[in-house]
Design a protein around this ligand. Structure first.
Ligand SMILES: Cc1cc2nc3c(=O)[nH]c(=O)nc-3n(C[C@H](O)[C@H](O)[C@H](O)COP(=O)(O)O)c2cc1C
Length: 184
């Protein structure tokens, strides 16, 4: 049932991942789901970069070292997480958004469409028993120094994925949907 998949999906973090590999077919299935997100004026702004093996190691070095040199409020624990988390993931997909060159719609709509693509990926990963979460590091605005981003392309975070052994916890929400809805 779709509602069970939606409610059962959790943010699953690198500390929970076992080292079982994620297959190319699984990654392609997850990416294919992204491509079916809705999109205003059919701009299809989502772009992805798949990082495995050596590129995960390079990302870990970039994230941790860039964090170290660029933040005022440096925290050793955060530095170590940037250094080790990418290595625990079976695969990391950089979430990017490339703006329509004609700028025919506002940027927020392109970001919203990309987020919808990520939700498709997250639900598909969950359905394949692959844990995932969207990571948005402090230094995300510096990712152009790591990737060859095209004109109008922005990195919005990372989709970490890994297989896991433990049962996922029940989800929690701070308030019900009734509290957030006004019926007019
Ligand atoms: C746009 C976006 C960015 C996120 N960035 C982070 C992050 O940087 N670090 C983190 O621990 N979780 C991040 N998350 C995951 C949330 O923490 C998680 O979805 C939330 O706690 C609700 O838990 P659930 O997904 O298991 O229901 C992000 C989620 C979204 C949608």
């Amino acid at each position: 049932m779709l509602s069970e998949i939606i409610k059962g999906r959790r943010a699953v973090f690198p500390v929970q991942y076992n080292q079982e590999p994620i297959t190319k077919i699984e990654i392609e299935t997850i990416l294919e789901a992204a491509n079916w997100a809705p999109t205003h004026r059919r701009t299809e702004p989502w772009r992805f970069k798949v990082l495995q093996d050596k590129s995960k190691i390079k990302l870990a070095t970039f994230l941790s070292e860039t964090y170290k040199i660029s933040v005022e409020n440096f925290k050793e624990t955060k530095y170590l997480k940037y250094q080790t988390n990418p290595l625990k993931a079976g695969c990391i997909i950089a979430i990017c958004m490339k703006r329509d060159p004609k700028e025919s719609i506002p940027e927020w709509e392109e970001i919203a469409a990309t987020a919808m693509a990520v939700q498709n990926m997250w639900l598909t990963a969950h359905n394949l028993n692959i844990g995932a979460y969207w990571s948005s590091p402090t230094i995300i605005d510096q990712m152009h120094l790591f990737f060859n981003l095209e004109e109008g392309e922005r990195c919005l975070g990372f989709f970490y994925m890994g297989k896991y052994d433990d049962d996922l916890p029940e989800g929690t929400r701070k308030s019900t949907i009734t509290d957030k809805t006004e019926w007019l």
